[in-house]
Design a protein around this ligand. Structure first.
Ligand code: SF4
Length: 379
């Protein structure tokens, strides 16, 4: 799915953020006009600017803002929210017809996981992202059901992280917020205390714990002391009544101790609201580390089954993400969720004839290149 495009900018000297419309009657100071081929008389409209596929000459626009020569605008729906940069880049920030919208806090991270799907970049991008989100959040429809925050590591925003949460809480009080963090920053009690002071019960923190043994977890995330920091962070967050989810990516490093990790979670982290066992994404670092990571999901059914059944048996809420039904025993189907965001979700050709197609979460688009050898349609 296309989420960014580019054209030739005119008179754009800062990042603009606004809602798109093809209807000139809906234009206001927070909207962009999409004009596929025709070029309306811009001077009549009060808006952020025009985006068009047409090939304009700069002289007809005078001082009006526009991006022209854009290859396609077909991916944009009425009401989507975009950012437009002075380089002509047009990024889709919020898709009005999707429940899988995520704000990227920063691409910086203090870990460097073997299977990171979005490898960190060491540049200070926080001010730019924050500025864009500050403009974006008030434009998001108030009936937005769910919103994510991811990174990199969002807590590296420092105090701006709490400002961002506070703004979302105020602007979108009914929206469920899901923050993906490695939790290490919350080893410092004052970070967890600040969250407690926000008194924000719509936010859930998804935090990875990959092993019950510190050396294995630290190796997987490639960061010394990460295990202890994450576990202390989880306890600090629980102390301030934060809603918590444990996320476990399933691969060659995590599988051998998986059943012990399940018992560790029950004994030491019983306050978490949800435990998610997650199939491996074949993107980012994973293709480079594939020898250290790949286990066919079919081959870890026993470990996964025992771990899931143990936690569920103790009354914990458990899910399996990113795993097709045909590589799971039927006893685990009730835990399998359609977890993959719509813009990166795909199926194999044989899935089209499968009787379980509507119940199955399928694969990541990039996992079409690397998937279980046991995928087989139900007839
Ligand atoms: S064949 Fe395709 S649709 Fe059917 S269970 Fe397997 S992955 Fe899912």
């Amino acid at each position: 799915m296309l989420l960014r495009t580019k054209g030739k900018p005119i008179n754009i000297d800062d990042h603009l953020v606004g809602t798109v419309t093809r209807n000139p009657d809906k234009l206001n100071e927070n909207t962009f006009l999409l004009a596929d081929d025709c070029v309306p008389d811009l001077m009549d409209f009060n808006c952020l600017g025009m985006l068009t596929k047409a090939n304009l000459t700069e002289t007809i626009l005078f001082d009006r803002k526009a991006v022209f020569n854009i290859p396609t605008l077909d991916h944009l729906s009425e009401g989507d929210i975009i950012s437009v940069g002075n380089d002509g880049n047009i990024n889709t920030l919020y898709r009005v017809n999707s429940n899988h919208n995520t704000l990227l806090a920063t691409e910086r991270c203090n870990s460097n996981c073997l299977m990171c799907s979005q490898p960190p970049k060491d540049r200070n991008d926080v001010p730019l992202h924050y500025k864009i989100h500050k403009k974006l959040i008030p434009l998001i429809p108030k009936d937005c059901i769910e919103l994510g925050i991811s990174g990199g590591e969002p807590t590296l925003m420092g105090t701006l992280f709490f400002d961002l949460l506070s703004q979302i809480k105020d602007e979108l009080p009914n929206t469920e917020l899901h923050v993906l963090t490695n939790g290490r920053s919350f080893a410092w009690n004052n970070m967890a205390e600040k969250l407690g002071n926000l008194n924000y019960n719509k936010v859930m923190f998804g935090i990875p714990v990959y092993s019950d043994y510190y050396q294995v977890h630290d190796y997987i995330v490639q960061a010394e002391n990460a295990f202890y920091q994450t576990i202390i962070g989880l306890h600090n967050l629980a102390r301030y009544n934060q809603r918590l989810e444990i996320r476990i990516v399933l691969h060659k490093q995590s599988i051998p101790r998986l059943t012990r990790l399940a018992r560790y979670i029950y004994k030491n982290l019983p306050f978490v609201e949800h435990v998610a066992f997650m199939g491996l994404e074949y993107i980012g670092y994973t293709p480079h580390n594939i020898d250290k990571l790949w286990v066919d999901p079919y081959d870890y059914q026993d470990e996964l089954g025992e771990s899931v059944q143990f936690l569920a048996g103790q009354g914990m809420h458990v899910s399996i993400y990113n795993t097709p039904l045909c590589v799971l025993p039927e006893s685990l189907w009730k835990y399998a969720r359609k977890s993959i965001s719509d813009w990166k979700n795909d199926y194999l050709p044989e899935c089209s004839s499968c009787t379980k197609l509507n119940d199955c979460g399928g694969l990541f688009t990039w996992n079409l290149k690397k998937h279980s050898e046991y995928i087989k349609s139900f007839n």
